[in-house]
Design a protein around this ligand. Structure first.
Ligand code: FRU
Length: 498
């Protein structure tokens, strides 16, 4: 394959190329890193291998956006050095120059894992380091005192996420440490003190713990009722069919220790699809905005290195807002697409109060693989209903609700290319209760991905798909007997890259 052939391809139109999701122009990407809002820009760094389309020596790729939807690619933010390659980590605004890096002004500090091996050994070594930027993240200076934190007894010791804890006036770091997370505190970002450890016997341990995040959210929007949320991603272990995925805990945090509100054996997942991993949230989103916004890596370590794209590999999820809501089962995390995505809505189709019966597809004339649907259904007698998307003669991806079993699902058994990994094809589902006998489905399809938000984000399923690019048919289907469609809004979405 010659570069010339690639050059002639119009920008961001290659096979499977997402049109409104973040992807690197070329080469390999994994976790989102260093997400911080500063001087009007959202920064997104990411695990990046600039010399190949599979995982390799890690750098931090970099992009900025004013609206979380249109991204500008910038040169590599952090490259490997004498301490190793650059694994995942976070970035913060040091508003009061606690670090002394900024001559009394404010600036950006990145806190990340340096990965190498012990001298004369192949035993992995993971240590935490700093870099700072005085020019809105355009150039970075590695701190001369690196590394700033190491623990010789822990092999998997990585992915520091740092935030300022106002109540105790200090920086807090949450970091993955094998099968637990550890919490460290600091006054100045350069010297760190161990505070506590959480996780033994709690939640899922079906993989190494990675990429934690810790933040506070209101419950049902009530500022008098707040809870802390701890995200922990768990790595792929061949013993478990789900591969890598992300769990969360809800509890209290006093500046030193996290206390789980639920029984240790309770495991909560942020997503019930296969392709949402290593997600963490943006730091320093202004208080007037008040949102906790996160993005995940839309892939799975089971097959991330072999997905069938050529020029680049992997995308991020759409940015999502995190909230807590009281439900019948207790307080749960709810996710919503960021409102900024409404800005790329194009042609609209609106259908209201329609009774849908088997065998008659009311969306027969739609032809798209880059769109959004918001639909509200009243269940009635239907056994199952939903959408068949990216449909061609022999392929389809089914997004639906099984009313008999009360499950929301995406079925990619027959979605397109899947032979690259035996675990790829399949159906992914989760429990969802109708509310007042209604189910809402909010769906985002973008060439090679489906994101499904059921009942306003109470249940979420994110899955990659690799359909033939000509498969653009859409079907609203119902099985036995009929379903009342209260309303359906369908928008084709504009490319954010062209
Ligand atoms: C998670 C992860 C992190 C690590 C990074 C390396 O996907 O394994 O724990 O820092 O990827 O690229």
């Amino acid at each position: 394959m010659t570069n010339n052939v690639l050059e002639k391809q119009p920008y961001y139109t290659e096979k499977y190329r997402p049109q409104y999701h973040f992807t690197p122009e070329r080469q390999w990407m994994n976790d989102p890193n260093g997400m911080v809002f500063y001087n009007g820009e959202y920064h997104l760094f990411y695990q990046y291998h600039p010399n190949g389309t599979t995982w390799g020596p890690m750098h931090w790729g970099h992009a900025v956006s004013k609206d979380l939807v249109h991204w500008e690619h910038l040169p590599i933010g952090l490259a490997p050095d004498e301490h190793g390659t650059i694994f995942s980590g976070s970035a913060v605004v040091d508003w009061n120059d606690t670090s002394g890096f900024f001559d009394g002004q404010s600036g950006l500090v990145a806190i990340f894992t340096h990965a190498d091996t012990y001298p004369d050994s192949d035993r992995p070594r993971q240590r935490q380091s700093l870099a700072f930027s005085k020019d809105n993240g355009r150039t970075w200076i590695k701190y001369e005192g690196n590394p700033v934190l190491q623990e010789e007894n822990i092999i998997d010791f990585r992915d520091p996420k740092v935030f300022w804890h106002r109540e105790t006036n200090q920086w807090v770091m949450v970091i993955a440490a094998g099968q637990t997370v550890r919490i460290y505190t600091s006054q100045n970002l350069t010297s760190w003190e161990f505070a506590s450890e959480f996780g033994e016997g709690h939640g899922s341990h079906q993989g190494v713990w990675e990429c934690p995040d810790l933040f506070e959210l209101t419950v049902d929007g009530d500022s008098n009722q707040k809870k802390w949320v701890l995200f922990v991603s768990i790595g792929n272990d061949p013993k478990y069919e789900e591969g890598s995925r992300t769990q969360y805990f809800i509890g209290e945090f006093d500046g030193k220790t996290f206390f789980n509100d639920y029984k240790p054996e309770t495991t909560l997942w942020i997503d019930h699809g296969r392709d949402n991993y290593a997600g963490v949230s943006w730091s320093d989103v202004p208080a007037e905005d008040g949102r906790r916004i996160y993005i995940g890596w839309m892939s799975n370590w089971q097959y991330a290195n072999v997905t069938p794209t050529k020029e680049w590999r992997s995308a991020m999820t759409i940015p999502r807002v995190l909230e807590l809501k009281k439900t019948e089962e207790g307080i749960r995390l709810v996710q919503k697409p960021v409102r900024e995505l409404q800005g790329i809505r194009d042609k609209k189709i609106l259908i209201q109060n329609e009774v849908v019966v088997p065998g008659k597809n009311i969306l027969e004339n739609v032809n798209s693989n880059t769109f959004e649907i918001i639909a509200e259904f009243e269940i009635g007698t239907a056994k199952e209903f939903g959408f068949k998307v990216c449909k061609g003669a022999n392929e389809e991806t089914i997004i639906g609700f099984d009313a008999e079993n009360q499950t929301l699902f995406i079925d990619r058994t027959n979605s397109g290319e899947a032979a690259f990994h035996e675990a790829f094809a399949g159906k992914h589902e989760c429990y969802l209760l109708p509310e007042n006998n209604k189910i809402t489905l909010h769906v985002f399809v973008d060439q090679s991905s489906v994101e499904l938000f059921g009942n306003n984000g109470k249940a979420v399923i994110t899955d990659l798909i690799f359909p033939n690019q000509e498969n653009k048919h859409l079907e609203l289907y119902v099985k036995h007997e009929e379903i009342k469609l209260h309303s359906l809004e369908l928008y084709s979405l504009k490319s954010t890259w062209r």
